[in-house]
Design a protein around this ligand. Structure first.
Ligand SMILES: Nc1ncnc2c1ncn2[C@@H]1O[C@H](COP(=O)(O)OP(=O)(O)OP(=O)(O)O)[C@@H](O)[C@H]1O
Ligand SMILES: [Mg+2]
Length: 555
């Protein structure tokens, strides 16, 4: 017999003794005994104090009324199993307290006392564990909220939301996990020598502004130093730490006293920025911050790298679009030359006439003035054409401005006018008068139109001359502007309708197959859609929408 069993035997023997109830009543727990078949034989005073149920009322199944209805069946299942097998029973359930009629979590334990292999009595205790269980539940809930928050930030990254919003959300999430902690993220500048603002939703705005652009170095506050050394820098008191010498006044004015900074690394181990935890009083890490720092730096690293990859992709796309644009313009040299030559020819003609008139005896100055006005107008026209062409050929970052899409379409039409003439194509326009203004990049939208117009002309090369009609139309579609380019060419089979938008898909000997792929990405970047529809007659119509600049500003 082990020590525990001996103690239990003694207690059993004592149960009949008068001092057993005294002892049991002195305990902070509920104590009970039951017969081998589970009939309650004894409750200590704590049971009555707690549940308000008398011994008589607790008889039979009376005691069950104190258990939470949701927990009763679970308890009975376990208790009945123990009654059958003699195994110990350990279950958590909620018990109603008579004092405030609320339920509290309890740990219930029952153990059988056996003699000659037969259960002779059950001993049980019921201990209030409500504080522990509630704390566990609260912790679990907080864990879950934290995990959900992390997933939401990752979703924002996947949706390519702006880096600052992603990082700001991440910082708020981390701040919510600890009391009185303020977080920030600084990015390392492209030249690798300065810090750039990342996100600091709770730090004073003046402080954030002053730090933006500060150099990194061996003595540059917590973040500048952490990025420089590529290791964490823990400053428990900014007022006394030499690393903060140059920034102490700033921190004091902002009420910041401690700052622990950890570098954020890329997948290849390069420093991308730093994550900092600030406190308003001197503070040492307690150990619990390590996990938060790990989550913050890990997710921030993903967000920053994702943003860089997107920037790189956009740059490459821009370069590709530029190459395609210049290629299209190469095809249009004759047309472009014509556009410039026409006003130049008119200028030369008018100038010759003026010279003739001036050589006469009584030159008509009014007529000469009129001719000079024409010369000036044509001069402006020629320089306008050149300006536009230079704009198309220039490599520049997209610039979104408010545009009249009819004007953009007219300019594109002018650029292909002569080309259409040479190919025997009749260019028609159907411009709606009242269109919503759109916000967009003029050069990019012209590129889309040029490609659609050139594609349309290419598709009609085998069409009979009198049928070669190419129409540019504009209409309003809800709050959007819709542009349609309709040809009477060979058409596109239903099965090819998606293929033509894929990169490098071309049926032309000199075609890159990039025109429609680039056009679609340009239109989508403008918040619109580009698609094709088969005509009821020959040919296809390419259509694209552009949201109105006012609705875009609201959304
Ligand atoms: N209006 C159209 N009618 C019939 N087929 C067309 C039309 N527009 C495009 N296509 C088909 O889609 C393909 C892809 O067009 P896309 O503009 O992307 O490339 P491309 O014109 O071949 O070359 P580029 O990169 O120089 O524009 C064309 O090669 C052609 O087969
Ligand atoms: Mg094309």
């Amino acid at each position: 017999m082990n020590q525990q069993a001996r103690a239990l035997e003694k207690a059993t023997a004592s149960a009949a003794e008068p001092h057993f109830p005294l002892l049991a009543d002195a305990l902070p727990q509920i104590v009970w005994t039951a017969s081998p078949d589970g009939e309650i034989e004894y409750f200590n005073k704590r049971w009555f104090d707690y549940t308000g149920i008398s011994f008589e009322d607790a008889q039979g199944s009376g005691w069950q009324s104190a258990l939470h209805p949701d927990d009763l069946q679970i308890y009975l299942d376990r208790w009945n199993k123990s009654l059958r097998t003699g195994e110990n029973c350990e279950v958590e359930f909620r018990l109603r307290s008579a004092s405030d009629a609320s339920y509290h979590w309890q740990l219930s334990r029952a153990q059988a006392w056996e003699k000659n292999g037969q259960v002779t009595k059950w001993f049980g205790t019921i201990t209030d564990v409500d504080l522990i269980v509630c704390r566990d539940l609260a912790e679990r809930k907080q864990e879950e909220v934290f995990r959900t928050g992390q997933s939401q930030v990752l979703e924002m990254i996947a949706r390519s939301e702006p880096l600052e919003s992603v990082l700001a959300r991440l910082m708020l999430l981390i701040e919510a996990q600890a009391e009185e902690m303020l977080c920030s993220i600084l990015l390392l500048s492209d030249d690798g020598g300065h810090v750039r603002h990342g996100a600091a939703p709770s730090l004073p705005a003046d402080y954030v502004k002053a730090v933006d652009g500060a150099p990194i170095g061996p003595k540059n506050g917590s973040c500048g130093t952490a990025m420089y050394l590529a290791k964490p820098v823990i400053v428990t008191d900014i007022f006394t730490n030499p690393l903060w010498e140059d920034y102490r006044g700033l921190a004091k004015a902002s009420g910041l006293r401690a700052c622990w900074s950890t570098p954020i690394f890329s997948g290849s181990g390069k420093v991308l920025g730093s994550f900092a935890m600030y406190y308003r009083q001197p503070q040492r890490p307690s150990g619990s911050e390590a996990k938060l720092t790990e989550v913050a730096t890990h997710i921030a690293g993903i967000a920053i790298e994702h943003q860089r990859a997107e920037d790189e992709l956009r740059r490459t796309q821009g370069q590709l679009a530029h190459v395609a644009r210049v290629t299209t313009m190469g095809e249009l040299t004759a047309s472009i030359a014509h556009e410039v030559n026409q006003p130049l020819g008119a200028i030369v003609g008018n100038a010759d006439i003026c010279l003739d008139w001036l050589a006469g005896e009584h030159p008509d100055l009014w007529k000469i003035a009129e001719a000079l006005e024409d010369i000036s107008r044509d001069g402006h026209r020629a320089s306008e054409v050149i300006r536009r062409i230079r704009g198309l050929a220039k490599k520049q970052l997209p610039q979104k401005i408010t545009l009249d899409i009819n004007e953009v379409a007219r300019e594109a039409q002018e650029l292909v006018n002569h080309e259409a003439n040479m190919r025997g194509v009749t260019l028609l326009t159907e411009f709606a008068a009242e269109l919503p203004a759109v916000s967009g990049d003029r050069v990019q939208l012209q590129q889309v139109l040029l490609n659609l117009l050139m594609n349309g002309m290419d598709a009609m090369s085998t069409t009979e001359r009198q049928q070669r009609r190419l129409t540019i139309g504009t209409t309003r579609k809800g709050g959007q502007a819709l542009v349609a380019v309709c040809d009477c060419g060979v058409g596109i089979e239903q099965a090819q309708a998606d293929q033509v938008f894929k990169a490098f898909h071309s049926t032309k000997s000199g075609g890159m197959g990039m025109g429609l792929a680039i056009s679609r990405s340009i239109i989508e970047a403008h918040g619109g859609r580009l698609w094709l529809e088969a005509n009821s007659g020959p040919g296809v119509t390419f259509k694209f929408t552009l949201p109105s600049s006012t609705t875009e500003a609201h959304s």
